[in-house]
Design a binder for this molecule. Structure first.
Ligand SMILES: [Zn+2]
Length: 184
């Protein structure tokens, strides 16, 4: 059983397609059922070219869409720790490890700095694919660090907020650490 019951069947993430599907492959829309190529989907900003259905995308997809070319991830090594020794169907460390392995992300929030029309911007973007985009201590710390970075460099911050809710495995404890262990 997953953490979040799907209200609508067939929700898929474009990030997954992106890793697995080169431009020539097809994307079948969950809304209208029509097919288009991955290239067409990307060129239409991950909206179905036939019906404009918005496909869920990840933080790095947002960075690639919004920044002028290159960007740099900030604070990539911050990870959650299991302060409560929380276990439900799985132990929390196992759940974290699985989410990291599955998504290639450190947590549900990713910070990056880059340029938009040649002006600097920091974007903090949530990933629903990482434990439902749940908000734990890493997310709070990363928002705080992004704000500090923006104040220090006098640049604006954009937060792309798409969380599924609070991460109950952490409660309200501040429980994150550096550095992130290597992915298996
Ligand atoms: Zn469609």
């Amino acid at each position: 059983m997953g953490w979040f019951k799907r209200l609508k069947e067939g929700i898929q993430t474009a990030t997954k397609f992106k890793k697995e599907a080169p431009d020539g492959l097809w994307y079948k829309c969950n809304s209208c059922g029509e097919t288009s190529t991955m290239k067409e989907l990307r060129e239409n900003f991950f909206k179905c070219p036939k019906c404009n259905y918005h496909v869920r995308i990840g933080s790095h997809d947002y960075f690639e869409l919004l920044f002028d070319g290159r960007y740099q991830e900030l604070h990539p090594d911050l990870i959650a720790v299991d302060k409560l020794e929380f276990t439900d169907l799985k132990a929390y460390p196992d759940r974290l490890e699985e989410a990291r392995r599955k998504t290639g992300l450190a947590d549900a929030m990713t910070n990056a700095v880059g340029k938009v029309k040649k002006r600097s911007l920091v974007i903090s973007a949530m990933d629903f694919s990482f434990i439902g985009g749940s908000m734990g201590s890493v997310m709070g710390e990363k928002i705080s660090l992004a704000i500090d970075y923006c104040l220090e460099h006098r640049i604006p911050l954009m937060i792309i907020s798409k969380s599924g809710g609070a991460r109950m495995m952490e409660s309200a404890f501040r429980s994150c650490k550096w550095p992130r262990p290597p992915l298996n």
